[in-house]
Design a protein around this ligand. Sequence first.
Ligand code: SF4
Ligand code: SF4
Length: 443
Amino acid sequence: MKSYLDWSDYKDAGMGDAYADIPKQGGDFAKAVAVCINSRQCETLARGVMCPSFRLDQDPNLSTGGRVRLLKAALNGELGSGGLFTPELVEAMDLCVSCKGCQRECENNVDMSRIKVEYLAQLNARKGLSLRARLFSELPELLAKQHWLIRLTAIRNRHPWIANLAERLLGISRHSPLPEPVYTARQTTLKEIEGGQPVVLFADTFCNHYAPDILTAAVEVLQAVGCQVTLIGVRDGEERYCCGRTYLSQGRIEEARQQAEQLLQKLAPYAESGMPLIGLEPSCLLTLRDEYRALGLGEMADLVAGKAVLFEEFLVKGVKGGKLNLPWSERAIASQQPVVVHGHCHQKAVGAMKSMRKVLKQIPGISFEMVDASCCGMAGSFGLEAEHYETSKAMAEQALLPALSARPEALIVANGFSCRHQIKVQADRPALHLAQLIRLRMG
Ligand code: SF4
Ligand code: SF4
């Protein structure tokens, strides 16, 4: 079996372990699957985020370990001629939302999110790419070049018959409005901060095209804490940089690698000079730290990964003494409006919610609570897909929506683009990025 991702970091996994039970086919990919020790810990409903699909109706095939059992059987030739593409396995993998919960919570750190990228690449090679997968994966390019897409999205959202047609032709759920990109070019002013700490802010596709105000807020906050900001991103003159996340999510590894190479070339000199590379959208920034390692991109990927930090991580670790010396507004301090925080799954997977908490605690007069929830259910494009809409809604209904309903007066903070969209779709409430909340509380 030809693998599309680089699995060499698993080459010694299970070697000499009589119980490793490594499948006969699949090479190092099979070893990555075989790190599961079948403890079935992922088939309990203990606190934590793993595994959103299992939590819905406790189907063992839809747990991390269940997927492993099916994958092992397929790689051992026990599922008959269908092999990796046996309907049971296709369904199990289809309902993995790539939340990375298992990467952190499974006792042996099974990385099903990475396994799913490989699986999708295998599926694409066998069955070809659907038009929907092509559209979703090429979104960054389409947004950059095709202004009609912006208009079409707005029309589709306002005319149910077009939404019905799009569901029939493309499989995009008619029940869910699509996020609407904005026309306006980013108006972020970069100030010269004398003696400021030089940092790079990565302007990802989602902030850039859908919520440029988040970028503006982040620049303002970073400048207020004394940073000299360089913006790298989609509208960097004629250049365009993207992390490749949308390609990875659809198993288009070669295209993701090309995007990654371009971005690494751009970021490496900054990383080499020691500058932190700050990101706002967890799924984009953490792609640099996580998935790039599996793309076989060598030392440059390690160099950049070593300097890549989330906005909240930077505010805790990068700012001198971790103290936010900001001009807080008296009126904002007096505000009694509580804040409810929903973490993106990938933030939770790398433990970044601790940084969120530390930053929030520094905002004078704030009262906040963290939602104890698993995946919001949007998971990239998952909740927009016709066959997944109900599952996505059910995931949101498990904990997130009840927590939000219990606090109708609260401001909602969610750093993930798809989380904010799910909150808008399912709870009809807006949500802010942490950068916007801090700016709101500044004078
Ligand atoms: S995936 Fe992890 S938690 Fe689940 S059975 Fe395997 S080792 Fe245990
Ligand atoms: S990535 Fe998330 S949904 Fe997929 S198996 Fe792991 S915990 Fe479950």
